[in-house]
Ligand binder design. Sequence first.
Ligand SMILES: [Zn+2]
Length: 101
Amino acid sequence: MTQTIAHNKPLTALDVCDRCGAQAYVRVLLLDSNDRPGELKFCGHHGRLHARALAKVAIDIQDESPQRAAATALVAAIAGSGPVLPEPQDKGRGPKRGWFS
Ligand SMILES: [Zn+2]
């Protein structure tokens, strides 16, 4: 029997960390010793905590953590391809007035 891995299926609030039960933001796709696919899900904390070890064995890692999204947006903004950040506006208060004018 062939099992299909849902590639890049968005993680939802129903996906929870296999380590602590918090909402999962990282999905790790793995193959077992018989080359059967499986997946582990982690919250942002445990995803980062085990990232180095998981990178050695994973066939794919889907990271939707808010920290990663923020970092990606920041890099895109710096590169000029992301959303344009608003320029600070000078909200001058007009000509200064003296006490008796
Ligand atoms: Zn966790």
